[in-house]
Ligand binder design. Structure first.
Ligand SMILES: *[C@@H]1O[C@H](CO)[C@@H](O)[C@H](O)[C@H]1NC(C)=O
Ligand SMILES: *[C@@H]1O[C@H](CO)[C@@H](O)[C@H](O)[C@H]1NC(C)=O
Ligand SMILES: *[C@@H]1O[C@H](CO)[C@@H](O)[C@H](O)[C@H]1NC(C)=O
Length: 202
């Protein structure tokens, strides 16, 4: 916990203090997300933190790349709770200039897709995709609230918002959805709001 807080502070510091020296514009996906926003990070995992009920801990439930169908030569992946999809072929993530990139060994590269309202943030995995060409729509926001109301972990934003994620039942999986709506493959009545956190557990 202590180490994680230090890490968070380090991000907050680099985002706010280091601006004049290391002048690099953040990816547009970080626009309007404040002083704690950063667009590049290495070696983290994602977890869903329930915003409505008390959580067992401040980390929340671990997320992995869950299956979402396949076409010839490619598979689709979404963010599923490990509890509902107990496989973890892409055990770490990075964020590169606003692109979310899953990493694993002996697996096909994964490229992030766009995330329209009502959809499940996802990836296409195939030996013919380039993760560096994924949708540049993600950002991370460090917890720099001086009153300490956060969880100590940075929140993931997509399309400029950290507050529009839910976990919804889709078949046997519990998947992350952006702005859930009716008429999709998930069960809308099962959805509850979460924030998606970056967890540095290495
Ligand atoms: C999160 O909260 C919802 C109710 O708001 C509850 O149904 C669900 O079980 C909770 N999930 C976890 C993982 O705590
Ligand atoms: C936090 O609680 C969730 C259950 O809500 C569990 O799946 C997860 O492993 C716990 N994480 C830690 C770091 O204890
Ligand atoms: C992530 O952390 C693990 C454990 O420390 C390390 O083995 C691995 O090389 C790191 N990966 C990257 C991409 O930095």
């Amino acid at each position: 916990m202590f180490a994680l807080n230090l890490l968070t502070l380090a991000f907050a510091a680099s985002a706010t203090v280091a601006l004049p020296a290391a002048k690099r514009d953040l990816a547009p996906s970080c626009n309007l997300l404040g002083g704690g926003a950063f667009d590049t990070a290495k070696n983290f995992t994602l977890a869903a933190w329930n915003t409505t009920l008390p959580n067992a801990n401040t980390t929340g439930v671990p997320l992995v790349l869950g299956q979402a169908g396949a076409i010839s030569g490619a598979e689709f992946k979404v963010l599923s709770t490990f509890a509902s999809y107990p496989f973890n072929q892409y055990p770490s993530m990075s964020l590169e200039s606003g692109r979310l990139i899953p990493h694993g060994t002996n697996v096909a590269p994964a490229k992030a897709g766009t995330v329209p309202d009502g959809s499940e943030p996802g990836f296409i995995t195939s030996n013919s995709v380039d993760p560096e060409q994924g949708a540049q729509i993600y950002c991370a926001v460090a917890d720099i609230d001086p009153a300490g109301h956060g969880t100590g972990h940075p929140f993931l934003a997509v399309n400029g918002d950290t507050d529009l994620f839910s976990l919804c039942k889709d078949g046997s999986q519990n998947n992350i959805v952006f702005k859930p709506t009716s008429g999709k493959s998930y069960d809308l009545s099962s959805c509850y709001a979460v924030k998606v956190q970056l967890i540095y557990d290495f």
